[in-house]
Design a protein around this ligand. Structure first.
Ligand SMILES: [Zn+2]
Length: 185
């Protein structure tokens, strides 16, 4: 789920943020946006238009290189964004497909590999977004961020954890509710 992606991105920058506290805010903001950004393609071709599991690594490595050579607020934020967006695209392959109802209609498309021109199949290590294991993962991945970040950043992380748990609680019921709404219309 979206919050898990954000916590992956934040966890990846947390050690750097702990080592270089003055870059904490740009790293966190970059990671946060990078963790969410790929899913804006939901209005285009979801998990394809803005998901780059392979090319994203090249971009992320380059951005990290630039940030290491010339550390600044901007380069740190850009690098955190690129790493977060790449990790998001890669980790989409570890879950299920993007379908709302994986119990009856599982998809074989996890995320698009632009280099090979085909879809990567879902590994389903996390069976679907909002699954209990997704919520557990979100909490575990949020932990380092809660240690490293404070103030409003910690508040954002804590809010994200709450949203993750609530979403996981109602996830399966959401399908029934949406179906009922469709029937009423
Ligand atoms: Zn995604």
């Amino acid at each position: 789920m979206a919050t898990t992606h954000v916590f992956v991105a934040l966890a990846s920058v947390a050690p750097v943020a702990a080592a270089i506290p003055e870059l904490r805010v740009p790293l966190a903001v970059g990671a946060l946006l990078g963790g969410i950004a790929p899913d804006f393609d939901v209005v285009l071709e979801h998990r394809r238009t803005l998901h780059f599991p392979v090319c994203g690594l090249v971009v992320a490595a380059f951005a990290v290189g630039v940030a290491v050579v010339a550390p600044s607020t901007l380069t740190a934020a850009v690098a955190a964004f690129a790493v977060g967006a790449w990790l998001h695209a890669v980790s989409d392959a570890f879950g299920g497909g993007p379908e709302m109802d994986p119990w009856t209609d599982p998809s074989d498309r996890a995320v698009y590999n632009h280099v090979r021109g085909r879809w990567i199949r879902p590994r389903r290590w996390v069976r679907y977004d909002g699954a209990p294991e997704d919520a557990a993962l979100a909490v575990a991945l949020a932990a380092p961020s809660l240690v490293v970040f404070d103030g409003w950043l910690a508040a954002v992380v804590a809010a994200g954890v709450t949203i993750s748990l609530l979403y996981a609680l109602v996830r399966r019921r959401l399908v029934t509710w949406t179906a009922e709404c469709d029937r009423l219309e």
